[in-house]
Design a protein around this ligand. Sequence first.
Ligand code: NAP
Length: 418
Amino acid sequence: MHYQHIRLPVGGEQLTVEANRLVVPDNPVLGYIEGDGIGPDIMRACLRVWDAAVERAYSGRRKVHWAELHLGEKAAEQYAGNYFPQETLDALKELIVAIKGPLTTPIGGGFRSLNVSLRQALDLYACVRPVRYYTGVPSPLKKPEQIDVVIFRENTEDVYAGIEYPSGSDEMRKLERFLKEEMGATFFDDAGLGIKPISPFATKRLVRKAIEYAIANQRESVTLVHKGNIMKFTEGAFRNWGYEVAREEFGDKTITEDELYDDYGGKRPKDKVIIKDRIADVMFQLMLLRPTEFDVIATPNLNGDYLSDAIAAEVGGIGIAPGANIGDHIAVFEATHGTAPKYANLDKVNPGSLLFSGVLMFEYIGWNEVADLIRHAYPAVLKRKIVTYDFARQMDGATEVSTSGFADALIDEVRKSV
Ligand code: NAP
């Protein structure tokens, strides 16, 4: 494909999908989008750490060829004010796997959010957030090491579908008339109205991905988190369709919680993933009180939004929590925090969220050795109490370093690893 501003690196080969599987060459071209605000600082640091880990893992046999793509403010500079250029979307589709920093949502730019637009344009229907504890990270819990979950949040529907009408608008009046006169609904006059679509199609593809992940990674359970006690035909249906996809497509590899107790005396057979469900509000309590009972979580969009930040905070990781938005093959990995504009270009913030999103990306392409090296190097650096400002203010006796200084310390550890 010919691009106006994108330069694909020479020497790299593109990923492909063959027989529904991702095929990754030893010299893949992966896309990166710096992002706005602190994006360039953290991306610069992370690219160095990832490259060092790839070099350490494969001694030159494998190498990533990075292709810079633009979205957000940097795109607007290049593409005559366009924050969301079509050729970036085309390149993301062509390259299949990419990683991005945070993006400012242009105020009055005609976008709800660039991130939401990106998910919709590429149909990245699963927001995947692994949350686990790294020794040394300051956490509010007594036993944060008990938390090790992967959240699959549905990304395309629910109240995020953007179907809502302001109080008193013509559209709202029209819908109000229909709901009150034809459907017998009752609600206060002038209420702003929003629609919450939840479909079997979107639910099943999300839950399918969560179960496939659980099976591939020897996870014990998938918990469907919903508010079906109140919203029966949306959240309750999510639960029912979730069990349906487990039964119909993974019947030999999954059992329900009832079957676990009725047929297996409460002891999970090693080759079965338990499918269970919990009401969303209870789930917030359980993740504080009995987190070891949970493993993979699949949930509609809004629950997932709240839950992923809350669980990340439990391990002290809101600034280091990684994330990815994944479709059928296309995947965009991303820092989960925002652009923190007051720290832009100060070389100050924690690169952890983007760093671990990269770890997730290397696992996605099957380069687990790279992921393992970074996972081991990180706590080793923290053990030496070398941290960025955000952790330094929560720790005694810490040595505060810059973003690039933290990357240097990580690279030292990566190079020392055996
Ligand atoms: P934010 O950028 O996440 O920043 C809020 C605070 O979180 C910062 O002031 C800082 O706390 C802390 N923080 C964020 N990233 C950090 C890091 N890497 N290391 C250490 N501390 C970090 O949230 P916001 O101020 O609400 O949003 C700013 C812009 O980002 C908005 O335009 C918003 O739309 C956008 N945004 C983008 C994304 C995305 O692209 N995925 C996500 C969320 C928000 P202290 O001040 O306490 O040091």
